[in-house]
Design a protein around this ligand. Structure first.
Ligand SMILES: Nc1ncnc2c1ncn2[C@@H]1O[C@H](COP(=O)(O)OP(=O)(O)OP(=O)(O)O)[C@@H](O)[C@H]1O
Length: 246
């Protein structure tokens, strides 16, 4: 498989303070990659960099000509405004916006796609529910239905299964497996190592710098986890990029 996303000595951060640095490597087309690491390790920052919301402070990200519309991004739950007055059906239909355009209108074929996506996540009957009244699991199912409609080549998921019950996790993991079977590239930030070991063949263990990147069993081996923990004890949020600190 050829490279979908390549990193070359990448530094990402905020106000010139790096949150991810010295990351080099490539994500192959069709990869199913977990990003693991402690709180503050730079995982969400890296997803934002891949999605293009954050520009590198140093080094580069090469998306190999991928149209930005081909990248779908599911942020952490806390970043989603549930007070926005919108129904499940309309929220899911937003998955079509990038392709149809905001004022493109929704035709009969699109309505069928929306209905299928809602059915695929088990939310039939919830179409007219305001999203503010959904449980956490129902909301996450709604967001996965929106991702289904986005039909993107690359899917970025930030802690997609946090605070969900076992049935919901199992249903949503099935969708991730389906995307993988369709040769889409899926990159997910996850804290549940058992889930990662069972589902994700490849893992990047991050502690601001990459600790390990490869087959999950090796990347999450005891030595790497210990190294990641040690690195985590020495982080400073006011650190400068290495080029400035030298
Ligand atoms: N918008 C921002 N402005 C300034 N600093 C930020 C911003 N977002 C994140 N950071 C900092 O960057 C560092 C990495 O944060 P990031 O959210 O990428 O970590 P994470 O590995 O995803 O953590 P968690 O597991 O807690 O979600 C942290 O020190 C965080 O405080």
């Amino acid at each position: 498989m050829s490279a979908q996303i390549s990193f070359r000595n990448l530094t990402l951060g905020y106000e010139r303070h790096p949150a991810v640095h010295h990351l080099s490597g490539e994500v192959k087309q069709g990869a199913l990659l977990a990003i693991c690491g402690a709180n503050g390790a730079g995982k969400s920052t890296l997803l934002k960099g891949i999605g293009g919301a954050l520009k590198p402070l140093g080094g580069s990200i090469d998306r190999h000509g991928l149209d930005p519309r081909e990248i779908a991004y599911l942020p952490q739950g806390a970043e989603i405004d549930r007070s926005f007055p919108i129904h499940v059906y309309d929220m899911v239909s937003m998955g079509l916006w990038r392709r149809a355009g905001l004022f493109g209108g929704i035709g009969r074929a699109d309505r069928t796609k929306i209905e299928h996506a809602i059915a695929a996540v088990g939310l039939e009957g919830f179409e007219t529910r305001p999203i503010g009244t959904l449980s956490g699991g129902q909301m996450q199912r709604t967001l996965f239905a929106r991702l289904l409609l986005q039909d993107a080549r690359v899917i970025l998921l930030d802690e997609p299964f946090t605070a969900l019950d076992a049935k919901t996790v199992s249903d949503l993991v099935d969708l991730v497996r389906r995307w993988h079977g369709e040769k889409r590239t899926v990159i997910a930030v996850l804290h549940d190592f058992d889930l990662v070991r069972a589902t994700f063949p490849e893992t990047l263990l991050l502690a601001r710098t990459p600790v390990a990147w490869g087959p999950t069993a090796e990347a999450l081996g005891p030595e790497n986890l210990l190294k990641a923990r040690r690195l985590g004890e020495s982080w400073r949020d006011d650190a400068l990029p290495c080029s400035d600190a030298a």
